[in-house]
Design a protein around this ligand. Structure first.
Ligand SMILES: Nc1ncnc2c1ncn2[C@@H]1O[C@H](COP(=O)(O)OP(=O)(O)O)[C@@H](O)[C@H]1O
Ligand SMILES: [Mg+2]
Length: 482
């Protein structure tokens, strides 16, 4: 009734809203949304089981993949405030005696008066809202807590009851409980290390990688926690390492948020902020890593974009209704903010692709696929036309057919790159293996080759890899000299 059991995707409107709201705040983790939304719906429909918490979730996975962010996002979605949750930082409960702070000391014991238990009924209620009566509890980085924390939580997870030091009871029936953990994260990184940098490339089957990570994570959990504890968890969700596409989406969200902030804060004095695609990629490159995921991304955006923008505003350098254009400085170490010339065209937030082929049918087909990605497409039928368009439009990527009526594809690619070195060129070739001279030319000039026939899906993977300045398997550029 509430979820179609086949896909587990929500079918009601509210659930759809919640799902899309969560997906916009936590990128690239669909498993989480599929498990979380039906659970919240059950509560909202009044059908959550009695005598236990509404849901118990364990979120696993590498650092900076959105585990903590998920819980904050749910608080924002349900209560309108990302801080409307009761967060237990398990790092503060590393010693056995510290665990007592959760429930307070029994009367008569040392510290009874001064210790306010961390989990009281009143605290639970205070993080619910008029909008929604569900309290969100987060045990963050649960692996850091002393072992007695897990024992203390057993009754809470099982019956929804926690007995405090003063012998009163706290009821968890209207709570949803999250635990996050990096357990197994190091082994997970080792699992994906061979593919690091090419996560979304043709080689690795994402489903297979996901399954492997899940097994690694679960075995780490079983080593750390007792079977009773593990059995009381409703959903164990393993977060996937984020790929280039997800990182780009996070930057897009942050830039949108900045723009909305400018509009809502400055009202009639607001202005546009134009952050072209290359700048967004620069932010991704600076703010993300395999080790820390997207953890530094917000700070990178804040330091390089938000702060300089705030300075410009404070100094009165931005005219109301105007447009601030963001670029990258020559040394590529920082961003350059300036006022757009009146009437100047805006940079595009999306990569632009130039497709060159004389095969109209193929062109149309490719154009359709690329536009579906949200990328901007320009098409050319000849080398002459391609050169003109490249000069005018300055595309990020050129996808060039092997044989054009007036030139060979690889040669055109070399030419285009000689006038625009930042252009990523991919030449389609008719042969596999490649003719030696063609191979030599492209090796010397940093051009990607894609042998025909290919699936458009694979071509997109190759283009994405190019856009993220990652090599793609097999038809790769020579490694850069260190
Ligand atoms: N999947 C994601 N979607 C959106 N932002 C993310 C995602 N993962 C990480 N971030 C960004 O990185 C920051 C740290 O993520 P966090 O959820 O705290 O990581 P962890 O998985 O280590 O708990 C977030 O505040 C957010 O800015
Ligand atoms: Mg975290």
């Amino acid at each position: 009734m509430f979820t179609s059991t086949k896909t587990r995707r929500p079918v009601t409107r509210e659930a759809d809203d919640l799902a899309s709201l969560l997906a916009s705040m936590v990128v690239g983790q669909p498993n989480m949304i599929d498990a979380l939304v039906p659970c919240v719906e059950m509560f909202q429909a009044g059908l959550a089981p009695e005598s236990r918490p509404v849901g118990v979730f364990l979120l696993l996975g590498p650092t900076g993949t959105g585990k903590t962010r998920t819980v904050e996002a749910l608080a924002e979605a349900l209560h309108g405030n990302a801080k409307s949750l009761l967060k237990i930082d398990c790092g503060e409960y590393q010693m056995e005696h510290e665990v007592a702070k959760l429930i307070g000391a029994p009367p008569g014991y040392l510290g009874h008066r001064e210790t306010q238990p961390a989990l009281t009924q009143q605290k639970l209620t205070s993080v619910a809202s008029e909008k929604c009566g569900l309290s969100i509890i987060l045990f963050d980085e649960i692996e850091k807590a002393a072992p007695s924390m897990a024992r203390l939580m057993l009754g809470l997870l099982d019956r929804g009851i926690l007995r405090l030091g003063d012998n009163t009871q706290v009821n968890f029936e209207k709570t949803i409980i999250f635990m996050t953990s990096n357990l197994g994260a190091r082994e997970m990184m080792r699992e994906i290390a061979p593919e690091l940098g090419f996560q979304s490339a043709v080689a690795a089957d994402p489903g297979e990688v996901a399954g492997k990570l899940e097994r690694v994570a679960m075995s780490a959990v079983k080593r750390k926690f007792s079977p009773e504890f593990v059995n009381r968890i409703d959903h164990v969700i393993t977060y996937q390492p984020l790929d280039a596409v997800s990182f780009a989406a996070i930057v897009d969200h942050e830039v949108d948020r900045l723009q909305r902030h400018v509009v809502s804060r400055l009202g009639p004095r607001a202005f546009d902020v134009d952050v072209p695609y290359v700048v967004r990629q620069w932010l991704v490159a600076r703010g993300t890593s395999a080790e820390y995921g997207a953890r530094e991304l917000k700070r990178t955006i804040h330091r390089n974009l938000t702060q300089p923008l705030a300075t410009m505003v404070a100094r009165g350098e931005v005219d109301p209704g105007s447009c601030v254009v963001v670029g990258i400085r020559k040394d590529r170490q920082s961003l350059l903010l300036g006022m757009a010339r009146a009437g100047a065209p805006r940079g595009s937030a999306q990569p632009s692709i130039l497709v060159v082929s004389e095969n109209r049918e193929l062109l149309q087909f490719q154009q359709h696929w690329i536009a579906d990605e949200g990328w901007e497409v320009t098409i050319a039928g000849t080398a002459v036309e391609a050169r003109k368009l490249a000069a005018r439009r300055k595309p990020d990527v050129a996808l060039i057919d092997a044989a054009l009526p007036d030139q060979r594809g690889v040669e055109l690619a070399v030419q285009l790159r000689s006038t625009a070195p930042s252009l990523r060129a991919i030449a389609l070739t008719a042969a596999d293996p490649l003719p030696e001279d063609e191979d030599r030319v492209r090796l010397q000039n940093g051009i990607g080759l894609l042998p025909k026939p290919f699936l458009m899906r694979d071509a997109l993977v190759v283009m994405r890899a190019r856009l993220a300045d990652r090599p793609f398997p097999r038809y790769d550029d020579p490694p850069k000299a260190a």
